[in-house]
Design a protein around this ligand. Structure first.
Ligand code: SF4
Length: 198
């Protein structure tokens, strides 16, 4: 009998990209982390943006037309991943139909960890809706601007490998190596669990 894969949240890829141990501690010691003000604020800002986006044109995304769908739930037992996409922009019909995931961020920088999340949404959308996903977007709330995330093989393969590594670590209950940049450990809420870092 094949064992069912755990379902990670897409947001957990961001934790992994920051430091695999942060992901591990939150996954394996879920009771030790309080919800921070920043997390709550990020959720509220995302909800406000969705409300405004319904009334805006798609100009910020460089698109002339498209249908918007908000808070789209996607899940894949194959990837072992699920998430709620802030906004999906649909274009075309039938076999030429495409979808572009948009992630709203309370940040003024489009970091690589955010791009990884958009790529994960793209993999989920491709599988769930059987459509092409040529690109995605990060909508930076403070700047009110959208950054394109090009979904090439490099980022899609990196995302697949990252998800596989996350499953491996949790299945084997194996603590990953510490963050490579020591500055991340200074002030880290999990530092007391990491005896091998400064
Ligand atoms: S202290 Fe450093 S290695 Fe440990 S979880 Fe935090 S960032 Fe990662």
């Amino acid at each position: 009998m094949t064992e069912e894969k755990l379902l990670f949240q897409v947001s957990e890829l961001k934790q992994w990209d920051y430091c695999p141990r942060v992901f591990y501690f939150i996954r394996c010691l879920p009771r030790i982390r309080p919800t921070t003000y920043l997390m709550e604020e990020g959720t509220r800002a995302g909800e406000d943006t969705a409300g405004l986006e319904e009334r805006r044109s798609l100009r910020a995304y460089g698109l002339q037309s498209g249908e918007r769908e908000f808070n789209v739930r996607v899940e894949s037992a194959v990837l072992g991943l699920r998430g709620i996409i802030d906004m999906l922009i649909w274009q075309g019909e039938g076999k030429t139909r495409t979808a572009m995931p948009v992630d709203f961020k309370l940040s003024d920088k489009a970091g690589s960890h955010f791009a990884l999340q958009v790529a994960a949404y793209a993999l989920l959308v491709e599988e769930v809706f059987d459509v092409r996903v040529p690109q995605g977007f990060l909508y930076l709330i403070p700047k009110r601007s959208a950054e394109v995330v090009v979904l090439n093989n490099r980022i899609l393969n990196k995302t697949r490998k990252t998800i596989e590594k996350m499953h491996e670590v949790v299945n084997r209950e194996q603590i990953p190596a510490p963050a490579t940049q020591i500055r991340k450990c200074i002030g880290c809420e999990f530092r007391r669990f990491c005896n091998d870092v400064v």
